[in-house]
Design a protein around this ligand. Structure first.
Ligand SMILES: Nc1ccn([C@@H]2O[C@H](COP(=O)(O)OP(=O)(O)OP(=O)(O)O)[C@@H](O)[C@H]2O)c(=O)n1
Ligand SMILES: [Mg+2]
Length: 368
């Protein structure tokens, strides 16, 4: 048992270690059970892994998953079991497999394989480490693809020359990881960028990953990576997305919807982009409201987006402004605001000064 394997193991939640130990014991000495992918990567980097992917070789996955007594959703085609852990998180238990791509861009076909095959089929070396858990809980780190040294160097390298051609979504996954973890692109990644772009339209998973990018902690930084790598065409509006990152850094919460709306604003043709990303109607509707002259209070998504996209947009007068101009509290305030809204809609007032002048005129007319 190496100190590193033990160290990685100790990053896991105690209840997750207990579940994994039980799985390995249940699988027995002829099988191999390993924690793989992002969980091992994150443990190495010092983040507590919460999202567990487990590979089993030489065991019957469904039986193994059900032995814990936890709720299981089993997908026979992929020999993949989703187990709901006691605290509600989902963990994936999958049969070790090789993959072939009969049609590049489409889902691969799974074939039974060894644990090593399963590591070789993955996206990046840093995601291809396995922490083996023996039947007596002995731990071994399996580094089939040189992932450790690349984790230390903080680089992302695809595992073979046709990686991005077969699965172009890896380009977007790479940008998400690079921005989130501060990793750099290996020259081999950059060499494969054109392959991914050529396949993008035929790779539904790429658009799923791009939508996930909008839910990263700092989507603007991830979009910037895509641009730096020569793939800026996948997501327009990097400057605005980065502007939203800056607002978030300053403590303003920004939802994925808001990021999506900003990207749509930058798109030459927003309708197909919204469709490809599966955004639904809400980001487009948010964008329309943000670009309108309707009043929205400070801190609302409409106002945040308007401040970004139309920094010179006049800020309409509010009830407080109307009170400050001497209107008594009560229905008169609402009437004055309604009057201003009407003028705004008719295009008669275009600035804060014009709003004030129009209100002054309205109040004077009222007095006479
Ligand atoms: N197109 C893909 C998707 C996933 N994987 C592999 O499956 C693992 C788990 O996938 P996922 O949970 O999507 O990614 P993580 O690496 O765990 O990253 P995240 O923190 O974003 O979940 C990855 O680490 C990687 O080994 C892959 O090779 N190719
Ligand atoms: Mg994950």
């Amino acid at each position: 048992m190496t100190p590193l394997a033990t160290h990685l193991w100790e990053q896991l939640l105690a209840e997750d270690r207990q579940w994994l130990r039980a799985l390995a014991r249940q699988a027995g000495p002829r099988a191999r059970v390993a924690l793989v992918g992002g969980a091992v990567r994150d443990a190495f980097l010092g983040y507590a892994p919460l999202d567990l992917d487990v590979v089993a070789e030489g065991a019957h996955v469904e039986t193994l998953a059900r032995a814990s007594g936890l709720p299981v959703l089993f997908h026979p085609a992929f020999q993949n079991a989703t187990v709901t852990l006691p605290d509600g998180r989902n963990a994936d238990l999958v049969r070790a497999r090789r993959e072939t791509y009969p049609v590049a861009g489409q889902n691969p076909l799974p074939h039974p394989g060894t644990l090593e095959d399963d590591l070789r089929r993955r996206d990046f070396a840093v995601n291809a480490l396995a922490l083996l858990i023996g039947p007596d809980s002995e731990l071994t780190l399996l580094d089939e693809m040189n992932g450790l040294s690349e984790l230390e160097a903080r680089v992302l390298r695809p595992l073979h020359p046709r990686s991005f051609h077969e699965d172009a979504s890896r380009l977007v996954r790479g940008a998400r990881l690079a921005a989130r973890l501060g990793f750099a692109a290996d020259p081999e990644l950059l060499r494969q960028v054109p392959d991914a772009l050529a396949m993008a339209a035929r790779t539904p998973r790429l658009w799923v990953e791009l939508k996930l990018l909008l839910s990263e902690a700092r989507p603007g930084a991830a979009a910037r990576k895509l641009e730096e790598w020569g793939a800026g065409e996948l997501l327009p509006g990097v400057e605005w997305l980065q502007g939203l990152d800056t607002l978030q850094d300053a403590g303003q919460p920004v939802s994925p919807q808001l990021y999506a709306a900003a990207a749509l604003h930058a798109a030459a043709d927003p309708v197909p982009l919204a469709e490809q990303l599966g955004l639904g109607d809400r980001p487009a509707a948010l964008l329309t409201r943000a670009l309108s002259d309707t009043y929205f209070p400070d801190g609302t998504p409409e106002r945040v987006l308007r401040g970004l996209l139309r920094p010179d947009a006049p800020v309409p007068l509010t009830g407080r402004d109307v009170l400050a101009m001497g209107v008594p509290p009560g229905h008169a305030v609402g009437e004055a605001l309604a009057h201003l809204a009407r003028l705004r809609q008719e295009g008669q007032i275009h600035s804060r000064e014009e709003e004030q002048a129009a209100l002054q005129k309205y109040l004077e007319a009222d007095r006479h």
